[in-house]
Design a protein around this ligand. Structure first.
Ligand SMILES: [Zn+2]
Length: 73
């Protein structure tokens, strides 16, 4: 049984511009962190292999990276 109910959390977004031979020109990094205990949520269902233009997890599954581009780029 876990000690914390993880009732309140912070969502962190970081949008970074990237240089890539692929279509993505930026990537959004998302993390969800429990405000009480600091535990980070683990993401499910992302491909295990790194694909530059597809959503992918960080090395420990506590962050997700969402590649994106502007339509007029
Ligand atoms: Zn917690």
């Amino acid at each position: 049984m876990r000690k914390c109910s993880h009732a309140k959390m912070d969502v962190k977004f970081d949008l970074e511009k990237i240089k890539s031979p692929h279509r993505a020109t930026q990537v959004l990094k998302v993390q969800v962190i429990c405000r009480t205990c600091g535990e980070k949520i683990r993401w499910l269902g992302l491909p295990a292999a790194f694909v530059p233009d597809a959503p992918h997890p960080g090395s420990d599954n506590t962050s997700v990276y969402l590649p994106a581009f502007w339509l007029d780029e």
